[in-house]
Design a protein around this ligand. Sequence first.
Ligand code: IPM
Ligand code: MN
Length: 349
Amino acid sequence: MYKIAVIGGDGTGPEVVAEGLKVLKASSKKFGFSYTHEAFDYGSERYLKTGKTIDDKELDNLKAFDAIFLGAIGHPDVKPGILEQGILLKTRFALDQYINLRPVKLYDARYCPLKDKTPEDIDFVVVRENSEGLYKGMGEFQNKGKSDEVAIQISHNTRKGVERCLRYAFEFTGKRNKRKKLTLCGKTNVLTYAWDLWQRTFDELKKEYPGIETDYAHVDATTMWFVKNPEWFDVIVTDNMFGDIITDLGAMIQGGMGIAAGGNINPAGVSMFEPIGGSAPKYTGKHVINPLAAICAAGMLLDNIGEDKAAKAIENSVIKVASTKLKSLAAGKMGYSTEEVGDLVVENL
Ligand code: IPM
Ligand code: MN
């Protein structure tokens, strides 16, 4: 009996999570596993009423679950950063979810904005470090508000943090049934402290994984190749900030935010799965948001807790629905409502 924590969160988060839960329920019947789920109200509504984001006791409580299913965090009436740092990043850090795993897979050529690229060309995974770097929040203002103000933002990289991320990426590449190629994406030509550590650790570790082909690309060049030659990639490993940026581009080449899912992984603890698109306030309550990203996140969750057959079935159903039913993956243009898309995935399971 699995225990799943559900945080619908803000904006369209609860709507897409409801469809993910619908698919979870149908797949548990079909594949014979059982689970309980408990909903938590962390998000903007509670924050606007009480000033609370998420506290230590609540974070501790989340550690008792097998996985967390998250919708979206962020609200236009709340100053940027408060909810993101106070809930999303805090949870990632507190539960030591040090990997952000973001598959970039094109399910149907119609949805790719790149000319002549097909599903064979776009199928890679970004392993983003999820606990350090610029996201550590280290830095300071000097002479704030004055004409000689200085703002310092530190990218904090530890050997331990870098090594565990790289090791995860090597292991993941080895298990993935593709080209067994791992690309380190960095900026060794400019960020000569942080990326020296990354490169040195990468070069050391690769000796332990002789079956894996390795490569290096600067982050700026990586964005170019996402557009020009996405077929070159199998697994990419990078730091927190670069991973954040390149995975939005990754989402676009796989068809947009409506289909992009990710997992915040603690390989020895509780992981959290989410659609990466955000709370989409302008679509909230309109029944037009695409739930496929959340449904894919639910599939990743099942894979993570060991229900890989069910996970595969969900992915196959999503591929079928995306390629044979929907007119578009964009909100409001799918040809179906949010709920109807969820129903279609259940029917095709
Ligand atoms: C993401 C988001 C978050 C991030 C924000 C909302 C803090 O952009 O999951 O990619 O920067 O990690
Ligand atoms: Mn992002």
